[in-house]
Design a protein. Sequence first.
Length: 241
Amino acid sequence: MLRNFITYGLSLAFLQLLIACSPEPADKTAAGPQSGQVEAAADSGATADAKEVDTLILAFGDSLYAGYGVDQKDGFAPELQAALRAAGRDVRVHNAGVSGDTTAAGLRRMDFVLDSLSRKPDLVILGLGGNDMLRGLKPSETRANMEAMVKKLKERDIPVMLTGMLAPPNLGGEFTKEFNIIYPALAQKYDIALYPFFMEGVVGHPDLFQPDGIHPTADGIDVIVGKITPQVVAALDRVPA
């Protein structure tokens, strides 16, 4: 996977991709008004309809999850929902992607989001860490925050699937090695599902990016969803009945 990423030769573009539209406010708190924006950005029918479907998935991430720059129906969460339903799953995917989120911000809002749902999710797809890398935060801090979120979900008996990121080689060998091991190490330690690189199939294809050169187009999101759906299905199959 890392070898393929280096081959792309798009380290700078990838760094730009991880810009999540706006910086995290310095005074952002777990229960403040900013946290409430999660629900406004979420699938408007998820809370109301969650009790009416067999499976509720929470997509918890940053702007790549939030569907920045595309119609709401073309974002990651609704497209994944459509793909899973086409695969015969009675599922609702709740969009809890927030632009600008670091792992620290995600950790602060996780309880708020979970408590706001009408029922416990059957699976959480967790994808944060890109903004940590962009801002030069220590990989050890990113790993600690990711692990804390995984532990929160474990304590609530909620299965989790990680979607990983890869650090570009121009950040230095030591940083890259320490960052890239975060997701596989946590997946192995806690025996949870892992999709190693969320942007697999999109990076290296300029036509799959919006004019800003940062975020995937609707077609780009389709590529991501097409690649990740089989692993989401596999993760759901691991969920105890």
